[in-house]
Design a binder for this molecule. Sequence first.
Ligand code: C5P
Length: 227
Amino acid sequence: MKNRLMLALDLPDRDKAEAMAKELAGDIGWFKIGLRLFVAAGPELVKSILQTHRVFLDLKFHDIPNTVAEAIGSAGQLGVQMTNIHAAGGHEMMRAAADAAKSFPRMQLIAVTVLTSDPMPPEQARVEAVRRAEAAREAGLHGVVCSVHEVEAIKAACGHDFLTVTPGIRWGGQSANDQQRIADPGYAISQGADYLVVGRPILQAPDRKAAAREAVELMQAAARGGA
Ligand code: C5P
């Protein structure tokens, strides 16, 4: 299950990110490098993390088709196993990105549907997320980022093999922070989420290794319950 858990390395610099990755190396399968860290530490940090772990480069590209396709090519050359774009960028942009990703068969390209921080009412978010997921699949992407509450509907519409990567994970009374559509790790697994993205619940825990292990245990218990 730890190979389905992605830690969001939302940290300010390379030293802190490498220290965190080292501390949690045995407890987590993937590290997610997002905007803050990439802007600060860049491709060298990505290469350093790639020596030991899989990397989801979460830069949520949203630009004209050619620019996005070139950025996807750069991500592929870096060697990351997953990267993403905004489905809101439209069909031409998603198609150009998917075409660029074909040169890197080990890299999964996914689309952000509706941000889990978006205050849209849940039913509207689900309808919109499914609509954008269908558009992403149509354009040739491998999956989407979505909330746990949209996984079942997206799998029903796009097929079981269409990946769902779910942030907004919270458990044991943790603060939702700025997330709106949250769910706990066990529920995420029971809904069929392929990968769980966790940031602050682990990064800010008094015992980070214990928090990571707790998340994995909740995932395992749900998987056993569903077996
Ligand atoms: O700290 P927290 O667990 O809320 O972190 C969630 C991570 O997932 C952040 O890095 C955030 O950028 C990312 N993310 C998200 N919602 C999306 C896509 C990515 O929260 N739709």
